[in-house]
Design a protein around this ligand. Structure first.
Ligand code: DGJ
Length: 732
């Protein structure tokens, strides 16, 4: 890792483990992105292109018609002074004009990585594992300063970027658009890869060729959303899972975002990511600052698989925090699909007893334990126990669960208020709303305005007082609707467009306070499944419920797609009953478990309703998962066969020292007289000998990777096979 500035060449060369990123300072004023790719020993600009005059491309300098911002690559493009492509920043001034021209002023290079004010970010544990470059750009006319921050890492192949704006002028400025990162590629043949979907169908993988014009992904829902993940990658046309180049951006943010790629007239492509400018503005008073979220930039020359492993290792150890960052996650039983709202103390304790007998470690009491909540129409906001269902109270229940050998976990949906609730009766103005307009309900609930201090205090108090008085070691933090009638009673008219971002800042403040006081509590994020599966949430909660769809076949795609960016340990994955509640599909218990074991395993069914043989099977699964859990949760992940392209799927986990591997293969749709499937492994030591556990056979790592493992005995739909390999020596 290093960041250098060459006075002579006027260029910054940022090096992370295997990546170089080069920015040139042209004419002492303009920041130009020169290179982002595999690590280089030095930069002498072999690919420099001469400036040429182009009609309709205005020049900066009347004496030199070839120098135009319209064709010059820009590191941080602004609007209105010659570059017609999508800007990273647009600022409105008091006179109504919206032009900015930010020019290089100075820079400094610091050890370590400063945190971002009010926003989650990737961190460095010590100053010697990261280095940060801060480049100051200034628009003198309006007194605007933009500090572009870049961090490189010793042990990770990532570069993070963010921007801090400061109004040094005497007049108010209005930020209309501020992306966290923008990069101009001098090629137009790239393809865009993204993760999109819907509720119960999150993170499906899409790839398309770019063509002239703009391709964008965005959320206007108040949350990062099920529909689009705040991730975008550009890939070379020939890039595949294991080979070829990838340039990816992922935004550490949980609200409205924009990711866009624009192919321009002269064959370059501008990629950018940041807060969605749609319905956003922020007033910057003189002397005040505005911090953008962080963008994580990953380059891989080992295809998508290399990109994913780079994200995974960074996020596992320098985004996730708290005791559970490095600790194996408990195998849980969740009562949601077992009981829905229909439970009482006895039912929960019976579930706990069954789960404990099968070796599970944590019981999670889901929705319905508070207020008058017998369905999803009431009581959010009234966080006091429902004494009809739980007359002994939460504490007694938690202790009784503990006595059965399980830790106790509890569901909350703290960001919401039900229209039928005491809280709403008392504070009808605490929700997002626009006076005089209808308040659109979703699940009978409205969204609390977390931009307001008193609302944040209420939420922190409500959750913390329960966490203080009940022995709770896990929280499921749910969020089940998107934002409508976005407006805040606490903001003046000219600041209404700040509401969505203020909500997210408020949410992060609430999470920061709760996770600081209760750092030993494992929090699993959830937004109707993966509606907020993003790095912003992962910074506070190292686990997220991947999808409300618990069907194993659907889950293959959701988990495979989610793994493009996020590590398997962050994916909550449960075995549920059949017919599946979302798809009505019937799959074998073994198939369901082998899919769920590729994430953080849990069960969401009533074992008491299963035949004895299935209970015994679950006990064996739990036992097996405990054996492979370290490998799955902290090993390197390799995708082997995609459920998006055929009737099979396969993936594997390899321990960091390559001594162990767990491989699983899934046959989704079986064809009569089909060829016997073959799985070629990856990531092993080619010279090592691996025992196939449970058999008396062993194979060379090279054989397993080159020739592959033949899958036998598959004779129907929804069957799976898995193998554990352990290194037993070397081939000489
Ligand atoms: C949505 C979640 O994704 C489910 O797992 C469950 O917790 C329900 N909410 C409860 O209302």
């Amino acid at each position: 890792m290093s960041i250098t500035f060459s006075e002579e060449a006027r260029c910054f060369h940022l090096k992370s483990r295997d990546t170089s990123y080069v920015i040139e300072v042209i004419r002492d004023r303009y920041l130009v992105p020169a290179y982002w790719g595999s690590r280089l020993s030095a930069w002498n600009n072999p690919s420099a292109a001469p400036n040429v005059e182009r009609s309709f491309s205005p020049s900066v300098d009347p004496e030199d018609r070839t120098f135009s911002l319209d064709v010059l690559p820009q590191e941080f493009p602004s609007y209105g002074a010659g570059d017609f492509r999508a800007p990273a920043i647009q600022i409105q001034q008091e006179d109504g004009s919206t032009i900015t021209e930010l020019l290089y002023r100075s820079h400094r290079i610091l050890p370590g990585k400063p945190p971002l004010e009010g926003l989650p970010s990737v961190y460095a544990e010590s100053d010697n594992e990261a280095e940060t470059l801060q480049i100051t750009l200034v628009d003198e006319l309006i007194g605007l300063e933009a500090v572009l921050a870049y961090t490189t890492f010793r042990d990770f192949d990532a570069i993070t970027r963010s921007v801090t704006l400061r109004n040094n002028g005497r007049k108010r400025l209005r930020v209309l658009r501020l992306l966290s990162a923008s990069y101009d590629f001098s090629r137009a043949d790239l393809q865009m890869l993204h993760l999109s979907g819907a509720w119960a169908r999150e993170c499906h993988i899409f790839r398309k060729s770019l063509s002239p014009g703009t391709s964008s992904l965005e959320s206007r829902r108040g949350a990062s959303s099920h529909q689009h993940n705040p991730f975008v990658a550009l890939v070379s046309p020939s890039t595949d899972e294991d080979t070829g180049e990838v340039w990816a951006m992922n935004l550490v943010y949980s609200g409205n975002f924009l990711a866009q790629a624009e192919v321009d007239q002269s064959g370059s492509t501008r990629l950018g990511i940041g807060i969605n400018p749609f319905e956003f503005s922020w007033d910057l008073e003189p002397g005040s600052t505005f911090q953008s979220p962080e963008a994580v930039l990953i380059h891989s020359n080992e295809g998508l698989s290399g990109m994913s492993r780079r994200f995974h290792s960074l996020y596992r150890s320098r985004l996730c925090r708290g005791r559970f960052r490095d600790a194996e996650r408990p195998i849980l039983i969740n009562n949601w699909e077992a009981t829905y709202f229909n439970f009482d103390e006895k039912r929960i304790l019976d579930l706990a007893a069954e789960a404990s007998a099968l070796g599970m470690e944590l019981l999670v009491l889901d929705d319905g334990w508070f207020g008058q909540r017998d369905d999803d129409r009431s009581s959010l906001g009234d966080w006091t126990v429902n004494s009809r269902k739980l007359p002994g109270g939460l504490e007694a229940l938690a202790r009784a669960v503990n006595q059965k050998g399980l830790a106790f976990g509890l569901w909350f949906e703290p960001e919401m208020v039900s229209v039928r609730s005491q809280l709403y009766e008392e504070h009808p103005d605490w929700c997002l709303h626009v006076p005089g307009r209808r308040r659109s309900e979703s699940r009978g609930q409205l969204v609390l305005d977390l931009g307001r201090k008193e609302v944040r205090e209420y939420v922190v108090h409500a959750v913390s007082s329960i966490l203080r008085s009940v022995p709770i070691s896990y929280v499921k933090w749910d969020m089940n609707r998107h934002h409508t009638e976005v407006g805040s009673a606490a903001l003046p008219p000219e600041r209404q467009k700040e509401t969505s971002h203020r909500y997210i800042l408020g949410l992060y403040e609430v999470l920061q306070r709760i996770t600081t006081e209760f750092s030993d509590v494992l929090i699993e994020g959830c937004s109707g499944g993966g509606g907020r599966f993003d790095p912003g949430m992962l910074a506070f909660m190292p686990q997220i419920w991947t999808s409300d769809n618990t069907d194993a076949v659907s889950r293959l795609r959701v988990q495979y797609g989610t793994s493009i960016v996020y590590p398997p340990v962050t994916m909550g994955a449960h075995v549920s009953a059949v017919p599946n509640h979302q798809t009505k599909r019937v799959t074998t218990l073994a198939f369901r478990a082998e899919v769920a074991m590729a994430g953080t395993l849990g069960y969401e069914l009533d074992p008491g309703k299963l035949p004895v043989e299935e209970k015994a099977q679950i006990a064996r699964q739990v036992d097996h998962y405990k054996r492979i859990r370290g490998l799955v949760q902290f090993g390197d992940f390799y995708r082997l066969q995609s459920p998006f392209t055929g009737d099979t799927a396969a993936w594997m986990f390899v321990s960091p020292d390559r001594s162990k591997a767990w491989v699983s293969f899934y046959q989704v749709r079986f064809e009569a007289n089909q060829r016997l499937p073959l799985v070629r492994l990856k990531g092993l030591d080619p010279l090592a000998r691996y025992a196939m556990c449970g058999t008396n056979r062993s194979f060379g790592g090279d054989e397993l990777m080159e020739a592959g493992v033949r899958v036998t005995g598959i004779d129907g739909d929804f069957q799976s096979r898995s193998w554990l390999f352990e290194r037993v020596g070397k081939f000489s």
